[in-house]
Structures are given as C-alpha cells and as structure tokens.
Design a protein around this ligand. Structure first.
Ligand SMILES: [Zn+2]
Length: 113
C-alpha cells in the first residue's frame, strides 16, 4: 500500500492538492522540515492501522443514515535537519482513502478534457 502511494505521488498525481503542499514544522526550533508531498514521493512514511469511522448523512427514508467507512492513517516521521528533533505527523489529508479518491478524481477529470 505504501509503495502504491509513493509511486502515485512520483507520477505527480497529488501535485495539485494544496493540502499536501503544507510544510512540516519542527516543534523544537520552528524551522521548516519538508512538504508532505515530498515525504510521499520519497516513500518516507508509514501506513498506520485501519480505523472504522461512522459517517452520518441525511437519509431518504430515515432522517439520518449511518455508514461505516474505513480510514487508514498515514504517518510521516519528520526529522529536523537543524536540531535533529524527530516527530510523527498526521493530517486529515494524510489517509490512504483520501489520497486514493484524489488520484481517482484526477483521472476522471482527464477523461473529460
Ligand atoms: Zn528543529
């Protein structure tokens, strides 16, 4: 799974995603580490455990419907070049499902052009 994502990142599938252009910032000295997208391209991340979340949305027959969706967190281990401080970063945009749907959306757009 991690390899698929970094391959997809190297192909440029996520380059247009603004949330992945965010910089990781060192907690200790405050200097910029690297952009999320660079970690994805370099394969410097771990795929975390799969979590099940309940999503509530307005239903047709009932007022609300609930559906279980899975969410797989991606964890980036960032190491500061300046002070050597290491931290783990996660972000709502850093989930396998989010990245896969983003890559898919791009393919659909390409078909329409
Ligand atoms: Zn630092």
């Amino acid at each position: 799974m991690a390899e698929e994502i970094s391959a997809e990142a190297r192909e440029g599938s996520f380059d247009s995603n603004p949330r992945l252009q965010n910089w990781g910032v060192c907690d200790k000295c405050g200097c910029r580490v690297k952009r999320y997208i660079e970690y994805l391209k370099a394969g410097e991340f771990e795929v975390g455990k799969v979590e099940s979340i309940l999503v509530t949305y307005p239903g047709y027959y009932y007022l609300y419907a609930e559906e279980a969706e899975t969410m797989t967190t991606i964890v980036i281990t960032a190491k500061c070049q300046r002070c050597g401080f290491e931290k783990k970063m996660t972000d709502p945009a850093l989930t396998v499902e989010y990245l896969q749907s983003f890559a898919k959306r791009k393919e659909t757009l390409r078909l329409c052009v």
